[in-house]
Design a protein. Structure first.
Length: 162
């Protein structure tokens, strides 16, 4: 249940941006200055340039690489996290490597990926996958390690294997 104060804050969060856009439209509607064009003209130009002219070339291209990289990062991160969560020895052996690469900014790996894969979809999707890999991998490993031992014993008593 939302209280009165929270409802007022949510309403304020909605009204302020709308009010600012309305104020921008009101102040700029008769402007002839090329550095401060009317909001309607800016919006029409935005739609023409960014939505219609370059949508297939830029937006869909980026969304495709984002989707491929994200799915690859989630799958690889889950599989490695699963292996690390189930095997304490593997987790112990991979810990220095994972901590080193996790601390390395993804942007710093661009030259290495560029040499390995060359420019193109593999580089872009690989960097996106690497960026989301760590969160999935570490959370999967920690989630498996955090399972209550009583639950594991209960599952074994029902005849479930590892």
């Amino acid at each position: 249940m939302i209280g009165r104060r929270q409802a007022g804050l949510y309403l304020l969060e909605l009204i302020v941006p709308i009010g600012l856009v309305f104020l921008w439209w009101l102040v700029s509607r008769h402007s002839a200055d090329p550095y401060f064009p009317p909001l309607g003209k800016s919006w029409a130009e935005f739609k023409r340039v960014y939505i219609w002219d370059h949508f297939n070339d830029d937006v869909l291209y980026s969304l495709r690489h984002f989707a491929i990289g994200t799915v690859a990062g989630i799958v690889v991160g889950f599989l490695i996290g699963l292996a690390m969560g189930l095997s304490p020895r593997l987790r112990r052996n991979l810990a220095p490597l994972t901590e080193f690469f996790r601390a390395t900014p993804t942007v710093a790996l661009i030259p290495i990926f560029l040499i390995m894969f060359g420019p193109g979809m593999t580089l872009e999707a690989g960097l996106i996958g690497l960026g989301c890999n760590w969160a999935v991998m570490l959370n999967t490993a920690d989630g498996l390690r955090g399972v209550d031992p009583v639950m594991i014993e209960t599952a074994r008593s029902y005849g479930l294997t590892r």
